[in-house]
Design a protein around this ligand. Structure first.
Ligand SMILES: [Mn+2]
Length: 341
């Protein structure tokens, strides 16, 4: 990302935001630390461009409560559960998408469309094809939050501790959990360093505590179930959980959302990549993929031909199947099709 690209983006989007009558910021479904953190942090820039228009940060899913607790320090009403498919968009509306380029990925529904005249501003770090008129896309960033931080530095946006905390949360989520392994990208941990320098290491650990410590007991029960179902093959490993298995543990289906199963198993020695499959709705399976240390396999290349997406080192792919056995058979066929790189 050159300074010129960033400046040009700021120059073209600032008038669009400042002229907006309503601003909608929608997170992708299954909002993670980066999605929540980048949107809440970017609110400082949106407000700098337009101090008065109502701003809604919403989307078709509820984010985890501990993420919202950090984001709420920016604005207590930071998240409104509004599905973009239900919004009656009108002239004067502007849509901002961060950590996602396709608005259809912000709702589980598909029988709707954004009206043609509504401007879309996209800030993303995925490898995507995007036709939005205003876009800042750079796949070399390991988190949308780091990209938003650089954007706001360039735009001289004043940041409070709460805004910075949200961006640090996003950086920890994306780079900390899966792209940390790519040592070329560790430089953006400079954001963590500046946060610690400004607000002290204790403030940083309070943030980490909220995110990763004091986890609900259900998370550990789910982790145990994932480990129980672990299968290790010569090149990769995977694990699975069905809704029936979760119910048998006396847990609600939402308990599945609290645990990243792929991160749990990605450190198995001599494994190139891992995936986890969960049945998130009856008959609907969501697979999440991660590469392991030093691996050159692109997990995105395995799932992309079938409609999945993401990054080389972390990708996702959802599909319908008759059973978990059929879902896994389908994914192992995808791997065989892709072959060894
Ligand atoms: Mn991200």
């Amino acid at each position: 990302m050159t300074t010129d690209t960033m400046s040009a983006f700021i120059a073209t989007t600032t008038p669009v935001l400042s002229a907006a009558r309503r601003i909608w910021m929608f997170m992708h479904v299954s909002p993670d630390l980066d999605a929540v953190g980048a949107h809440a942090g970017a609110l400082a820039w949106v407000r700098q461009c337009n101090p008065t228009a109502p701003v809604c940060i919403g989307g078709g899913d509820y984010p985890r409560a501990n993420l919202l607790a950090i984001a709420a320090a920016v604005d207590p009403h930071v998240f409104q559960h509004i599905d973009p498919a239900d919004v009656a968009f009108c002239e004067g509306d502007v849509v901002v998408l961060i950590d996602v380029a396709d608005i259809m990925r912000t709702s589980h529904r598909n029988a709707w469309a954004l009206p043609a005249g509504i401007p879309r501003i996209v800030i993303d770090h995925h490898v995507v094809q995007c036709d939005a008129p205003y876009q800042l896309i750079d796949a070399s960033y390991q988190s949308a939050s780091a990209l938003v931080y650089d954007l706001m530095q360039q735009a001289h946006t004043p940041l409070t501790q709460a805004h910075m905390a949200c961006l640090v949360m996003g950086v920890l989520g994306d780079s900390g959990f899966f792209r940390f392994l790519d040592r070329r990208l560790v430089h953006t941990l400079a954001l963590v360093q500046s946060f610690c320098e400004r607000y002290g290491v204790d403030a940083y650990y309070q943030l980490v505590d909220l995110l990763e410590r004091n986890r609900p007991a259900a998370d550990f029960v789910i982790q145990g179930a994932y480990l129980h179902n672990l299968v290790v093959r010569p090149r990769y490993a995977y694990t699975t959980l069905t809704l029936a298995e979760v119910a048998a543990l006396d847990l609600p289906a939402e308990a599945l959302n609290g645990v990243n199963g792929a991160s749990l198993i990605r450190n198995i020695a001599d494994t190139e990549f891992v995936f986890v499959v969960k049945e998130h709705q009856p008959g609907m399976y969501r697979s999440s993929w991660r590469t392991c240390a030093g691996a050159v396999t692109s997990v995105r290349a395995i799932v992309a031909p079938h409609g999945g997406g993401g990054h080389d080192s972390a990708a996702g792919y959802s599909f319908a199947a008759e059973s978990m056995a059929a879902a896994v058979a389908h994914l192992e066929a995808c791997i065989a099709l892709q072959g060894a790189p």
